[in-house]
Design a protein around this ligand. Structure first.
Ligand SMILES: [Zn+2]
Length: 446
């Protein structure tokens, strides 16, 4: 801040102090200091100064609103994503404590058929590749409702789930899956290891990017991994987010946005080596990394790692400039989606949503889409039916509502599952409905 500006602010503050008391003075100096920095980087500790994309204020994307709370106040928090100009980790500050988000959670993995298929195929692969048997232990961090561990259990492999959301963990326990209701980190890992628990296979799907204490989490992985054991982690790939314009995968629970380059840096810092990587189609494009203890150098690093590292480097992910061009592309996507919706409503077309996923809520709140565009949305998850979307208050119905009201357009909010959903909704073609996908940019399917 320029010195002249600071002086001006001080004069104004003084005037306020005499007029409105100390309260106003304090408030103005607070605003002045807040603009100076965005706090320390989650990984390297350097002061954050650069914005990757700012989606404005948004409610927590899984805080569905029950009818009796429609008139109550709803907290909104910033969705200002930053990039560290030292280590290039793209990140969201912890505006909301993870404890507050995850104590009760509306996301049950088993409601998606394609995600269950994905889990089943993973288990088949892991059984062969890691020679698991009745003496092994498979631990999954953020094990949700047991959607994955159930398949290991069916093969006679001992399992342990670790899941902080009690309501979700209870469903797993009812299926006979041993589940610890806890947050995972350095301390939980140390407690388990002290009791003799070590993981031969340590799995985490969509959790690495969702922990605020990234260093504590990865240190915990190191602490819980048995000698000769393997870690596999899946998380959305930052490169796919940028290239596919997937800004709606940004929400308060999603603290880090990871490239292979930055993930390797973090793992190396905690004594772990990434020895294989796969690119997956899940969640719009994810990475599955395979890691081991750094000291087990007899297990070679495969060519896949060097190959992806080279591609990320060539695409510019070692330079800050690559990250700074994203925000304008996001704004243009918003304008295009609104143009489509405005034109459709002007022609008196009815539009309904399909799905009530977290990503839908980021999209709808950022674009300002409420019941003025979308009459309602539907979801297969009974937990969400009868409630309203956070912020936009669009009502959520069971899928049968579509056939009853026959909308002209169905906006598919979980666009990553669009093929599965369009196949499920083939009957909507009978009344001439067409499907709309908002990302990477608005597109209509017959
Ligand atoms: Zn950093």
């Amino acid at each position: 801040m320029a010195r002249a500006q600071q002086g001006q602010l001080a004069t104004r503050a003084k005037a306020f102090r005499s007029r409105s008391g100390y309260h106003w003075y304090k408030r103005i100096t607070m605003i002045a200091t807040q603009q100076a920095s965005f706090g320390p980087c989650r990984f390297c500790g350097q002061t954050l100064r650069k914005t990757f994309v700012d989606l404005g204020m948004s409610p927590l994307c899984e805080s569905y609103v029950p009818p009796e709370r429609l008139d109550a106040m709803e907290p909104f928090y910033p969705l200002n994503v930053l990039v560290c100009d030292n280590c290039l980790l793209v990140q969201l500050r912890e505006y909301v404590l993870a404890e507050e988000i995850y104590s009760e959670y509306a996301y049950f993995s088993s409601y998606s058929d394609s995600w269950l298929d994905h889990a089943r195929r993973y288990v088949e692969m892991a059984m062969g590749r890691f020679q698991l048997g009745p003496q092994s232990l498979v631990v999954e961090v953020a094990s949700n409702d047991g959607y994955l561990l159930q398949y290991f259990l069916a093969q006679g492999i001992p399992v342990l789930g670790i899941e902080p959301a009690a309501n979700v963990a209870r469903v797993a326990q009812q299926k006979g899956i041993r589940t610890l209701v806890k947050f995972f980190g350095r301390q939980t890992a140390a407690e388990l290891a002290a009791g003799g628990t070590r993981a031969d296979l340590l799995v985490g799907n969509n959790v690495l990017a969702h922990v605020p204490d990234l260093n504590g989490f990865v240190a915990g992985l190191k602490g819980l991994l048995a000698p000769g054991g393997t870690i596999t982690m899946e998380f959305p790939h930052l490169v796919r987010l940028v290239e596919g314009n997937q800004f709606d995968t940004i929400y308060h629970e999603h603290f880090s946005y990871l490239s292979l380059l930055v993930t390797e840096r973090i793992f190396v810092a905690h004594g772990l080596t990434i020895f294989d990587v796969e690119e997956l189609g899940t969640h719009g494009g994810s990475l599955r990394i395979y890691a081991r203890h750094a000291e087990e150098s007899d297990r070679p690093v495969l060519a896949s790692v060097e190959e992806l590292r080279r591609r990320e480097t060539e695409a510019g992910y070692r330079r800050i400039e690559t990250y700074l061009g994203f925000a304008e592309r996001v704004a243009e996507t918003k304008r295009k989606l609104l143009e489509f919706l405005i034109a459709a409503r002007r022609q008196d077309k009815r539009i309904a949503g399909y799905g009530a996923p977290g990503k839908g809520n980021t999209l709808l709140n950022y674009c300002g889409i409420r019941t003025d565009f979308l009459d309602y949305t539907v979801d297969r998850n009974p937990y969400k039916q009868g409630q309203f979307l956070p912020g936009t208050h669009i009502p959520i119905f069971p899928p049968e509502r579509l056939a009853q009201t026959r909308p002209d357009y169905i906006l598919i909010l979980p666009w990553n599952l669009k093929d599965e959903i369009i196949a499920q909704l083939a009957y909507a073609r009978d009344w001439g409905a067409r499907f709309v996908v908002p990302i990477p940019e608005v597109k209509v399917y017959p």
